[in-house]
Design a protein around this ligand. Structure first.
Ligand SMILES: *[C@@H]1O[C@H](CO)[C@@H](O)[C@H](O)[C@H]1NC(C)=O
Ligand SMILES: *[C@@H]1O[C@H](CO)[C@@H](O)[C@H](O)[C@H]1NC(C)=O
Ligand SMILES: *[C@@H]1O[C@H](CO)[C@@H](O)[C@H](O)[C@H]1NC(C)=O
Ligand SMILES: *[C@@H]1O[C@H](CO)[C@@H](O)[C@H](O)[C@H]1NC(C)=O
Ligand SMILES: *[C@@H]1O[C@H](CO)[C@@H](O)[C@H](O)[C@H]1NC(C)=O
Ligand SMILES: *[C@@H]1O[C@H](CO)[C@@H](O)[C@H](O)[C@H]1NC(C)=O
Ligand SMILES: *[C@@H]1O[C@H](CO)[C@@H](O)[C@H](O)[C@H]1NC(C)=O
Ligand SMILES: *[C@@H]1O[C@H](CO)[C@@H](O)[C@H](O)[C@H]1NC(C)=O
Ligand SMILES: *[C@@H]1O[C@H](CO)[C@@H](O)[C@H](O)[C@H]1NC(C)=O
Ligand SMILES: *[C@@H]1O[C@H](CO)[C@@H](O)[C@H](O)[C@H]1NC(C)=O
Ligand SMILES: *[C@@H]1O[C@H](CO)[C@@H](O)[C@H](O)[C@H]1NC(C)=O
Ligand SMILES: *[C@@H]1O[C@H](CO)[C@@H](O)[C@H](O)[C@H]1NC(C)=O
Length: 415
């Protein structure tokens, strides 16, 4: 038994992880948008103004039918399990990150992994985890940003990863999982929501973090991001520059002392070389407005980290967030957990509903799950927390709510 083998190896860390780049063939029915990628900041901002305009459905106005997308894609993954795991029936959680992050959202190394969801899920609760870079992000396949990298294709990717776990064919993971849970953050929650609506048998239970079905406040997010084309906002990470390009720019004027700053640098990490239409929040101030609730986070450490490691979103993703089905066919347990000061899904205050009969903005999400028994649905407002739950001081408080919910409603893995 592979898990017992690893236990014998006596690893010191709390979790044992394997990184794998998985190749999948995907086929999806994507929305067709007859627009071209913005070529300047003027055009990016004009697009955002159109998306955020009240009184219209921007997605509907730009959509013209559907088209089939199919191809071979690579997905960068990290599978982790408790290092002392001996149980014969392990349970895996598939973790899907949101806009602006990559798979490390779930396993932050900052502060010696004090903020790591993966650490708590594996070490404290005994689950296995699979986190991955979504298509278009980090070390996974990139694609055309308007009509290819969209919600529907990414749902197919999530389903494909899930199938590999269920059939025991996930590379490097010598186990056939009969119980698979799914947790998402923000856009990752939307993918999880869509997954269990389209493929209700894919999951035994879901946790939607940084989520609600109330779209009234999404324009606050779209506006506050002050989006820019990623390739010009952080050219060394997302653009099309070689070190030689940078050197020739800096050395052009020999009286310019800037070259001192790169003296001795002989290589740069590979840039993502993204085309126009991959957008990032413009700076740390925008990231604070989108994801953080002051003063409940380490703004000298985690805010710079979020800016330095930020990832891009495609226009196709931003346009297809509005295409979620209002009613979900899923019958399994559903947890919605969102920070009380969440911007995109609560407008900065999940408790201000204006209706004493409605306890929170996120509570109305229950209406979208008519087939889930009341005892298996929980809407939980996490205190002193903004949209990116995992980056707040009390992140582990939220992790306990999620893992306890899974343990109560589905299964706590045997040790
Ligand atoms: C696996 O990837 C993570 C980033 O997601 C990295 O921190 C870690 O060092 C990698 N592990 C190995 C063994 O390469
Ligand atoms: C994907 O499709 C290609 C071409 O049809 C095929 O050669 C390959 O084996 C498939 N890969 C997987 C992982 O199914
Ligand atoms: C797409 O938009 C362009 C420019 O607005 C227009 O010329 C073209 O006819 C449109 N194509 C379709 C298929 O709608
Ligand atoms: C907006 O338009 C999309 C695409 O037509 C549709 O799926 C969605 O339901 C619409 N949203 C609302 C709130 O009407
Ligand atoms: C994949 O795309 C090709 C051409 O784009 C099309 O002929 C084929 O039917 C598609 N396959 C699927 C399974 O959608
Ligand atoms: C992690 O958090 C604990 C409890 O808050 C704290 O005692 C510890 O110093 C933190 N670890 C690091 C490396 O800062
Ligand atoms: C595994 O490690 C965790 C954390 O150190 C501990 O709480 C648990 O009791 C251990 N389980 C076994 C079977 O040793
Ligand atoms: C992507 O790959 C690079 C180079 O191998 C590595 O340094 C980085 O940690 C990876 N990022 C993620 C999010 O896995
Ligand atoms: C999975 O099993 C195969 C065959 O027994 C073995 O070669 C491989 O090392 C195992 N993988 C891991 C990560 O243990
Ligand atoms: C990046 O530069 C290379 C070499 O000049 C070029 O072949 C490639 O098309 C460029 N990519 C983009 C996205 O501009
Ligand atoms: C969203 O929440 C606000 C505040 O509770 C409420 O006024 C509004 O009607 C909700 N919108 C939708 C679409 O549910
Ligand atoms: C941390 O989160 C947990 C779970 O929501 C909650 O019970 C606890 O009161 C929170 N602690 C603080 C200091 O906000």
């Amino acid at each position: 038994m592979y898990f017992a083998l690893f236990a014998l190896m006596g690893l010191a860390s709390a979790k044992m992880c394997v990184n794998n780049t998985v190749t999948v063939n995907l086929s999806a029915n994507n929305v067709n948008f007859n627009i071209s990628a913005p070529k300047s900041q003027y055009e990016v901002t004009m697009m955002v103004q159109f998306l955020a305009r009240q009184g219209q459905n921007a997605t509907d106005r730009l959509a013209s039918g559907f088209h089939s997308v199919n191809g071979t894609y690579t997905i960068s993954t990290q599978f982790c399990r408790p290092d002392n795991m001996t149980g014969s029936n392990p349970v895996v959680q598939v973790l899907t990150h949101g806009v602006g992050f990559d798979k490390t959202y779930w396993d932050l190394s900052y502060d010696n992994y004090n903020y790591s969801y993966v650490n708590q899920a594996t070490d404290t609760y005994g689950y296995c985890t699979l986190s991955y870079d979504r298509l278009g992000v980090g070390n996974s396949s990139k694609g055309e940003p308007i009509n290819e990298i969209q919600l529907n294709l990414e749902v197919e990717a999530l389903n494909a990863l899930t199938s590999l776990l269920r059939t025991g064919s996930f590379p490097g993971v010598n186990h056939t999982f009969t119980t698979v849970l799914h947790a998402g953050h923000s856009f990752g929650s939307e993918l999880t929501y869509a997954l269990v609506n389209t493929y209700p048998d894919a999951s035994n239970g879901i946790a939607l973090t940084g989520f609600s079905t109330n779209s009234s406040f999404m324009s606050q997010f779209t506006q506050a991001a002050n989006f820019a084309n990623a390739n010009v906002n952080q050219p060394l990470r997302f653009g099309n520059y070689t070190l030689a390009d940078i050197q020739s720019l800096l050395f052009k004027d020999i009286t310019n002392p800037l070259f001192n700053y790169i003296a001795g640098i002989t290589s740069l990490p590979p840039s993502q070389n993204l085309p126009n239409g991959y957008l990032v929040a413009s700076n740390a101030a925008a990231i604070q407005a989108l994801f953080f609730a002051p003063p409940f986070f380490d703004y000298t450490g985690l805010l710079p980290l979020a800016e330095e490691t930020k990832q891009a979103a495609t226009i196709g993703e931003l346009l297809t967030t509005a295409t979620l089905a209002p009613t979900n066919s899923f019958t399994g347990p559903v947890l919605v957990i969102t920070g009380d000061q969440d911007t995109p899904f609560c407008g900065g205050n999940c408790l201000a509903t204006g209706d004493p009969m409605v306890p929170s903005v996120i509570s109305t999400t229950q209406k979208s799950f008519p087939n889930v028994p009341a005892g298996n649905f929980l809407a939980y407002v996490q205190p002193n927390t903004g949209h990116a739950l995992n980056f707040h001081y009390n992140a582990t408080g939220a992790y306990s709510v999620i893992n306890s919910f899974f343990g109560r409603t589905v299964a706590m893995p045997s040790r």
